[in-house]
Design a protein around this ligand. Structure first.
Ligand SMILES: Cc1cc2nc3c(=O)[nH]c(=O)nc-3n(C[C@H](O)[C@H](O)[C@H](O)COP(=O)(O)OP(=O)(O)OC[C@H]3O[C@@H](n4cnc5c(N)ncnc54)[C@H](O)[C@@H]3O)c2cc1C
Length: 536
């Protein structure tokens, strides 16, 4: 195979695949090099436990990306390759007193659930969803615009009739907003649990928008999952790249950048193979690793400082189970199995999330959990009548004894999480568990080096690492200090999660630098599709 390409892409997470797909569509010949034996990063579906049980190794919910131009406008024609499922029941939160709050895709039904606890809170929930709907186009536009390519968020908000309110809300913590809007602790717990779903502790300043946006997204799109698993999405992206002459190679760990005449002109893999780029190199290698792939002096002091002060942030702990039954909880019509179950016993338990991480100890007492059972909505992922279940807990990477201590304690933590879930889903007895695989924060890093120090989003999504500060001031526009090198993935704006934002934004910047225009390329694709349809 030729070892010369227009663009060499290091890492095949969904963001670098999204970027490569747009670049390939523009006629640039791309090669994507992936460290693992499967492309997709944290957006893959693998037979982790038993044959025939297809688990999402990390991400399942594709909520945020529903509002991206990529999916909303079907810019890459992905809708022909896989479909999304939008379950009627979004998530069920059972409480220790035997009560529960279920979010349905039907807003009125969800509002009724809040009304069981407080009429005032039911009104507040509906009002918050409506409030967010009016401002959401601004936040979406910022998410899907490269830094510096459009107006900053505060300038856009200033032009909106409610903009001043949102300037305050954006600076507040999610907790402050939830406490002020809701009086009942069940309702507050539900909102706190939701606000934590991108793993940013809801008591942190500037998390105010999460009190609205995460609930709104699930209210609108449900716990939506790709049919067949998250890998169906990344698999479709690989097909787009290949259909446009690109190549995706797995088991290719990039170990170094080729820098000639001060310019990045390719990469070298751990197996000694070298890939040269005639036009650009795009990386989704974690910035903590990237910085070691070229001489220090090539980066400049600001960049090195930005990397050395980068924080991993809150981390996840995962148990994958193959089961003979889905967890059953008590709902409005008796026992049933929702796709997602959440636990947060009280609102103030939610306030301890940040503290738990700081303690450096596994927290198994009253754990906050998310249990996702995609086979409830998509039976194709397991043998008939069987299920795949993922229990996510929130545990620190840095234990007092060091991260390696996870290998000694992870099975106990998984036991405790399962026992806690059983309090609400007692049918999940040991005989229903056919097999399990546990992934500590350390295992998540071992699996995907982009999960640096266990971070599932590339790094903390706090005020210091957001917007124009992601990954660091001066380099948020995907252009790295070494000419010819660009960065995408969760360490760049708008950050982690399945959003496709960093990928599409990086593509927009690269295409501009290479004399193209992303909007024109997308429009050209649409015209071609229309022409093909008229020929049919
Ligand atoms: C357990 C878990 C559950 C999650 N659940 C959800 C969810 O339900 N919904 C949601 O929206 N988000 C979820 N997330 C977060 C989300 O999955 C990630 O933020 C997102 O997938 C990151 O995508 P990315 O493209 O930025 O990078 P990644 O998916 O991390 O991809 C980076 C890729 O680069 C490769 N790579 C790294 N270094 C090298 C190298 N030197 N050479 C070659 N390749 C390299 C890696 O192997 C990887 O394939 C979850 C994360 C975890 C860990």
């Amino acid at each position: 195979m030729a070892d010369r390409f227009d663009v060499v892409v290091a890492g095949a997470g969904h963001n670098s695949l999204v970027a490569a797909a747009y670049l390939a569509k523009a006629g640039l010949r791309c090669v994507v090099l992936e460290h693992r034996s499967v492309a997709g990063g944290n957006c893959v579906t693998e037979e982790l436990t038993l044959p025939g049980f297809w688990h999402d190794s990390c991400a399942s919910a594709h909520v945020i990306i529903q509002d991206s131009p990529l999916i909303r406008n079907d810019e890459l024609g992905l809708s022909e390759m896989f479909e999304y499922i939008y379950p009627d029941v979004v998530v069920h939160l059972p409480f220790p007193d035997g009560s529960y709050l279920t979010q349905y895709r039907d807003l009125d039904r969800t509002v009724e659930q809040f009304a069981k606890f407080s009429k005032k809170d039911a009104v507040a929930y509906r009002r918050m969803m409506m409030d967010y709907e009016s401002i959401k186009p601004i936040f979406d536009a910022v998410t899907y615009t490269p830094i510096g390519f459009g107006k900053p968020v505060n300038d856009r908000l200033a032009e909106h009739p409610d903009g001043k309110k949102w300037l305050r809300r954006s600076a507040q913590s999610a907790w402050e907003i939830i406490r002020d809007n809701f009086e009942d602790d069940h309702c507050r717990s539900f909102m706190m649990w939701m606000a934590f779903q991108t793993v940013v502790p809801p008591e942190w300043p500037t998390t105010g928008r999460n009190a609205y946006s995460l609930c709104y997204g699930r209210q609108r799109w449900s716990w939506c999952v790709p049919k067949g698993g998250s890998g169906a999405f990344t698999g479709a992206l690989v097909k787009v790249i290949e259909a446009h002459g690109g190549v995706v190679l797995t088991d290719k760990s990039v170990g170094g950048l080729i820098v000639e005449g001060g310019k990045c002109v390719g990469v070298e893999c751990a197996d000694g193979s070298r890939y040269r780029a005639d036009k650009a190199v795009l990386s989704t290698v974690h910035i903590k690793h990237l910085v070691d792939m070229a001489p220090r002096e090539a980066w400049g002091e600001d960049f090195i400082d930005g990397v050395s002060t980068w924080q991993a942030g809150p981390t996840l702990f995962v148990t994958h189970l193959a089961t003979s039954e889905a967890p059953r909880v008590m709902g409005d019509d008796g026992e049933y199995s929702p796709i997602a179950i959440g636990t947060m016993s009280t609102a103030t338990r939610g306030l301890r999330m940040g503290y738990d991480y700081a303690l450096g100890m596994p927290n198994t007492e009253d754990p906050v959990l998310l249990a996702v059972c995609p086979t409830v909505a998509d039976p194709s992922r397991a043998p008939p009548g069987k299920h795949t279940l993922k229990i996510i807990g929130f545990q620190p990477y840095e234990l007092v004894q060091g991260p390696e201590h996870w290998d000694a304690v992870k099975e106990q933590v998984a036991d405790a999480n399962l026992a806690h879930l059983r309090r609400f889903a007692p049918n999940l007895t040991p005989d229903k568990i056919l097999s399990r695989v546990v992934e500590s924060p350390l295992d998540l890093e071992r699996m995907n080096p982009h999960n640096w120090h266990g971070s599932c989003h590339g790094g903390a999504q706090n005020a210091a690492q957001s917007g124009a500060l992601r990954p660091m001031p001066g380099y948020a526009q995907h252009r790295m200090p070494i000419p010819g090198l660009y960065q995408t993935g969760g360490t760049t704006h708008p950050g982690g999660s399945i959003s496709g934002g960093p990928g599409r934004n990086a593509a927009a910047v690269m295409l501009k630098d290479l004399g193209h225009n992303l909007d024109e390329i997308v429009a050209r694709g649409r015209t071609q599709t229309r022409r093909l349809e008229s020929v049919k």
